[in-house]
Design a protein around this ligand. Structure first.
Ligand code: HEC
Ligand code: HEC
Length: 309
């Protein structure tokens, strides 16, 4: 090799070494900041929703429906014992904890306010933020629905399970440390009082209420885009709001949206990825029809009902 080439190689080597040192310093700083963010204490004024009697069968039935259709089942399992929901070959592994009855449940010592703090605010009983739990989707539950959901979870027969599994790749943790991925508690406006109930009917108001569970993935304005913190091979969430690239033209009527929710497939037969179809498939016809009315009202440019219910 001629001396000039050697010199360039050496310079290149020094440059790469320098880059590696800088990168690992940035990652190190990110991990340090992530640790601090995860351990920050949030003092939230929680308005307790009184625990229902476990003999309130109407509330328990409503709670069972919400548990099955609003996503809880996807990450905490049908029996409440917890479930793995991200198991990526590139090293990302996340499982929801046991939240039902029986040994190992993280809710074993929960008081009434702890349920509200976790589900509506994304904060655990010690005041630390939950990392993955999408509480921003659940912040707008009415007191009635939240009470019913908790009654159902407390009425579950004892099962086995344990703590959450949280294996997050270093870059994801570093991005969280730098605040480029936010936890639910950081996204929620904790001062907004819970909404008043709207009737379970095919109305835009009720549709807006159901749409709250789509916000964590499809974004606060339903404009779609990359899901923050999701594995790299996940497609971006689709745009449901009007505008360039909106997918709602594919769903001109409530039946087509219902078929997609029940089958996991687009009208052309291709599979829709990432969407939690176990729970979306359990959403009632009334809820999907209301949801469709609400989404279409966005698409035709009527002033949207704020997505809170
Ligand atoms: C996308 C997955 C996912 C969904 C959907 C989900 N959870 Fe969770 N949940 C988690 C994970 C992961 C944790 C562990 C805490 C964290 O995120 O840091 C958790 C924690 C909890 C906790 C315990 C908090 C603590 O540590 O004290 C409760 C209670 C809970 N979830 C209830 C629910 C209910 C009720 C629903 C449905 C309305 C629900 N979750 C939906 C993933 C999920
Ligand atoms: C866990 C995240 C997640 C949740 C929750 C979620 N979605 Fe999606 N959704 C996605 C992703 C990602 C895509 C894009 C899928 C693809 O490209 O294969 C998508 C695609 C769609 C599509 C387009 C399907 C097509 O024809 O291409 C519609 C419509 C939709 N979602 C509606 C909803 C509604 C309504 C809700 C709430 C009831 C919801 N989604 C909840 C992640 C989610």
């Amino acid at each position: 090799m001629n001396p000039a080439a050697k010199k360039w190689l050496r310079r290149g080597g020094i440059f790469l070494l320098g880059l590696a040192v800088v990168l690992s310093a940035v990652m190190g700083a990110g991990l340090y900041l992530a640790e601090r963010r995860m351990n920050r204490k949030l003092d939230i004024a929680v308005r307790a929703v009184p625990l229902r009697e476990l003999t309130d069968t109407a509330a328990i039935a409503r709670g069972q429906y919400l548990y099955a259709s609003r996503g809880c089942v996807d990450c905490h399992g049908a029996g409440g014992g917890g479930r793995s929901f991200i198991d990526d070959p590139n090293g990302m592994r996340v499982a929801g904890p046991h939240i039902g009855a029986g040994a190992g449940s993280v809710t074993a010592r929960y008081q009434a306010a702890d349920w509200v703090r976790a589900i509506r605010h994304g904060v655990d009983p010690s005041g630390r933020p939950l990392l993955i739990m999408p509480s921003e989707d659940y912040n707008r539950f009415t007191d009635e629905d939240l009470g019913a959901l908790v009654a159902y979870i407390r009425s579950m027969p004892p099962t086995e399970g344990g703590a959450a599994v949280m294996k997050l790749p270093v870059p994801v943790r570093a991005l969280y440390g730098f605040g480029m991925i936010q936890d639910a508690a950081a996204k929620i406006d904790h001062g907004v009082p819970p909404p008043q109930p709207v009737a379970n009917a095919v109305t835009r108001e009720h549709g807006a209420y159901v749409a709250n569970m789509c916000l964590g993935c499809h974004g606060p304005a339903l404009a779609g885009g990359r899901i923050p913190g999701g594995p790299p091979d996940w497609p971006p969430a689709s745009r449901l709001a009007p505008g360039d690239g909106s997918v709602m033209a594919r769903y001109p009527d409530a039946e087509s949206l219902t078929r997609m929710f029940r089958s996991g497939r687009r009208p052309d037969g291709s599979a829709v990825r990432v969407m939690p179809f176990e729970s979306l498939g359990a959403i009632s016809d009334t809820d999907i029809q209301a949801l469709h009315l609400y989404l279409r009202s966005l698409a035709t440019g009527i002033k949207p009902v704020p997505a809170r219910g």
